[in-house]
Write a protein that binds this ligand. Structure first.
Ligand code: KIV
Ligand code: NA
Length: 263
């Protein structure tokens, strides 16, 4: 395997922080590939690429289309593809069938699925049969309608035990790492200490074993990024400037100019 492998990611527990971003698209993934240990083709693509309000409407075919693009555009990072809502919850065998389909079609190296203790049996079933699984606990966006919104987890210490149990059960089931999303720092620290696999934080402070952000959020393409996003670029403004210049030059016939014309 020429890419960073699942065991290499798993071995990073407590070591140098794991670097990760999402990608949905070949050309941007090629850039991320130079710096990330793994790239997540997240179901957040439903919002970012397809204008959905939540991730509920994302389909297996959408994940496959973007997963393929990202695998083709990269060579170094491990590519992890999200299992979309409805493709794995029903039973371990349904989850296996859909995860295998996603792996075969995209060439990704692992899948990610949301849920703690309730998904442990499925995580075990998949990993035993050759499909590496990344867990995802805390704020799990596919459960938005049960949670009644996107809420930071662990504000009350009463909730901590169930998050710690989720983390333990996912790790014991064989997941190779665990996304912890939207958690107060002390809970993220307790979860990270609780499990032998690396935790990947998003909105969960720097105590985790690695970090992930949605690429478009950190590039400045999201007009209203969540609080936990640090915006490292201003792509929104740059794209607008470029489109505006283009529109003006088309109208004034400055474009196409000498350099763009076949004589
Ligand atoms: O879909 C997604 O982008 C995710 C995150 C962990 C960023 O699941
Ligand atoms: Na996701």
């Amino acid at each position: 395997v020429r890419r960073i492998t699942v065991p290499q990611i798993a071995a990073r527990k407590g070591g140098e922080p794991i670097v990760s971003l999402t990608s949905y698209h070949s050309h941007t993934a090629a850039i991320v590939d130079k710096y990330a240990d793994f790239i997540l083709v997240g179901d957040s693509l439903g919002m970012v690429m397809h204008g959905l309000e939540t991730t509920i409407g994302v389909t297996i075919d959408m994940m496959i289309a973007h997963g393929k693009a990202v695998v083709r555009g990269t060579e170094r990072a491990l590519v992890v593809v999200d299992m979309p809502f409805g493709s794995y919850e029903e039973s371990p065998s349904v989850a296996f069938r859909n995860a295998a389909h996603i792996m075969k079609e995209t060439g990704c190296g692992a899948v990610k699925l949301e849920g703690g203790s309730r998904m442990a049996e499925t995580i075990h079933f998949l990993t035993e049969r050759g499909i590496p699984v990344m867990g995802h606990i805390g704020l799990t966006p596919q459960s938005v309608h049960v949670m009644g919104g996107f809420k930071t987890q662990g504000r009350s210490e009463n909730d901590w035990e169930h998050h710690l149990k989720d983390a333990r059960d996912v790790a014991e089931a064989g997941a190779f790492s665990l996304v912890v999303e939207g958690m107060v720092e002390p809970l993220a620290a307790a979860v990270t200490k609780e499990v032998h696999i690396p935790t990947i934080g998003i909105g969960a402070s720097s105590v985790c074993d690695g970090q992930i952000l949605v690429l478009e959020d950190m590039l400045g393409l999201n007009p209203k990024p969540p609080k936990f996003v640090k915006v490292y670029g201003s792509l929104g403004e740059q794209i607008e400037d470029a489109v505006k210049n283009y529109a003006e030059e088309v109208k004034s016939r400055a474009f196409p100019g000498e350099g763009q014309v076949y004589r």
